[in-house]
Design a protein around this ligand. Structure first.
Ligand SMILES: Cc1cc2nc3c(=O)[nH]c(=O)nc-3n(C[C@H](O)[C@H](O)[C@H](O)COP(=O)(O)OP(=O)(O)OC[C@H]3O[C@@H](n4cnc5c(N)ncnc54)[C@H](O)[C@@H]3O)c2cc1C
Length: 461
């Protein structure tokens, strides 16, 4: 019998991808999403930074598996051209301002505080001695063809900062980037080719059981553009249900199991972002030592930069000089989060909640980091072209790590029979990086196989 996946962000899509790879068209796989189109959520607006080993111990195995799967998928399906997959040099920018840069917070932070509090990811790289070695700002490749460099050897896409030091915190062997929307579109394409059915503007409103109280299916209802119940009703038989609705996961669980005592430990954390084009980043950077002359694709490289709060910004900005489809170049910037923004009914409602003041502040930061430098102490010139402005909600778990696995029967009030109700959510700022690994292990669990990563510390219940 079929599997129904509630939520078609990158976690639901990755799971459908690996399930359908193993199963083919039968038993059927359904993706049910309440929004009128997929990818209006975090998975469509995220930065797309991937890391192999920036994770706390309970996530380490999943993180390493996922990083490997990203590379293998990109190699097999021309990821560099199709979803901008490229290894990433990663810098920490510190600015010498007494009382700000390098200032100790005075508290001994847990390594995964960044995830729970939504602060900078770079802190977690700082905890990795291997990744933390000081290297030249150019990242060791010496600059590729078409790559304009600053005097310190760093790529000219980043404007030199007065008193600023760029420290390489990781290299392309341990970090990479993707354009997450394009990766999701690839996964969706592959899924639909293999017969996965997608039901948009649809919510699950109840569980159907057989005479013995065993899970037999879901009751679905179509929704209008405000997320209210529409006319269409459908009953879908299934053995397994996966809830992977990102920040909406607790709501979806509550709608299906209103009597359950289980509180899904996931909360929304909103983040604004912008994407721009720069005249100093026109062609993809190429690793000259691995150039494949006449070959299918070059070994492209991209650049990420993490900054501590400072004179020009009060938060911890992250900026990614990345690639999009066919080697188009762009810069993604984010880091401005707002825990007070309420989660709307539908992912597609988020667009109307974009705060112009937050975008203005991000724009100012972008110009400071990537605008055209002027003589002396003058502010940089804004010669950047806006590609898009965005807002989305990360699903942040209270314990700071993803929450995966089968929901124990005693929380459900229905008997799972041969299948079950599964959960994959709470990936916080790492859902793109951890997506493929999560999809593979969730598909393995649903299929009754041993998971390819040690996820013992991530299980629900
Ligand atoms: C600003 C920002 C930058 C980020 N940058 C990075 C990064 O660089 N690297 C990284 O690894 N991660 C990053 N992340 C985190 C990453 O984007 C998320 O962890 C990830 O996208 C979560 O994926 P998801 O599939 O769980 O949820 P989502 O992408 O939010 O998808 C949830 C889906 O569930 C659907 N849904 C909602 N309600 C229902 C319902 N009732 N029934 C059915 N479906 C429903 C929604 O419509 C949506 O399609 C970033 C996040 C933000 C906010």
């Amino acid at each position: 019998m079929s599997t129904v996946i509630l939520g078609g962000g990158i976690i639901g899509l990755s799971t459908a991808y690996y399930l359908s790879l193993a199963r083919g068209p039968s038993p059927a796989i359904h993706i049910v999403d309440s929004a009128p189109a997929l990818l209006a959520s975090a998975s469509g607006f995220a930065g797309g930074f991937l890391a192999a080993d920036w994770f706390s111990p309970s996530v380490a195995s999943l993180g390493a598996l996922s990083f490997r799967l990203h590379r293998e998928l990109a190699e097999k399906h021309n990821g560099p051209r199709r979803w901008g997959y490229a290894g990433s040099h990663t810098y920490n920018l510190s600015i010498d301002e007494r009382g700000v840069a390098g200032k100790s917070t005075g508290k001994q932070e847990r390594k995964d505080d960044w995830l729970r509090e939504g602060t900078s990811r770079a802190e977690s790289a700082g905890s990795n001695p291997e990744a933390n070695g000081r290297r030249d700002a150019g990242g060791g490749d010496g600059g590729g063809e078409g790559e304009v460099l600053n005097p310190d050897g760093s790529p000219a896409v980043w404007t030199p900062q007065a008193g600023g030091t760029l420290e390489t915190i990781s290299g392309p062997e341990n970090c990479a980037q993707v354009e997450p929307r394009e990766l999701c579109e690839f996964l969706l394409d592959e899924c639909t080719k293999r017969g996965v059915e997608v039901h948009l503007s649809t919510k699950a409103t109840g569980i159907i059981t057989d005479d013995n109280g065993v899970l037999k299916g879901l009751r679905l209802q179509s929704t209008n553009n405000a997320g209210e119940a529409g006319a269409g009703e459908l009953e879908l038989e299934c053995k397994d249900v996966l809830i992977s609705a990102g920040a909406w996961t607790p709501r979806v669980f509550k709608a299906l199991f209103p009597q359950s005592k289980l509180l899904i430990p996931v909360e929304p954390l909103a983040g604004h972002s912008i994407v721009v084009r720069s005249p100093r980043y026109k062609t993809p950077f190429v690793n000259p030592t691995k150039r494949r002359i006449g070959g299918a694709s070059d070994d492209w490289r991209c650049y990420s930069i993490y900054c501590a709060p400072g004179r020009h910004w009060s938060y911890a900005p992250e900026a990614f000089a990345r690639l999009a489809r066919n080697g188009e170049t762009e810069i993604w910037l984010g880091g401005l989060n707002d825990s007070s923004l309420p989660l709307p009914e539908l992912a597609s409602d988020v667009k109307a909640m974009i705060d112009p003041e937050s975008i203005k502040s991000l724009r100012k930061m972008t110009v400071q980091l990537a605008g055209l430098a002027k003589e002396g102490d003058q502010a940089n010139h804004d010669d950047l072209e806006t590609v898009r402005e965005g807002l989305c909600f990360r699903p942040v778990s209270k314990r700071g790590t993803p929450v995966l696995g089968k929901i124990p029967e005693h929380y459900l009030g229905v008997r799972p029979g041969g299948g079950g109700v599964w959960l994959a959510s709470g990936h916080g700022p790492w859902g793109i990086s951890l997506s493929l690994g999560t999809g593979l292990v969730t598909s393995e669990l649903i299929s009754g196989q041993k998971p390819s990563a040690d996820i013992l510390g991530l299980l629900i219940g």
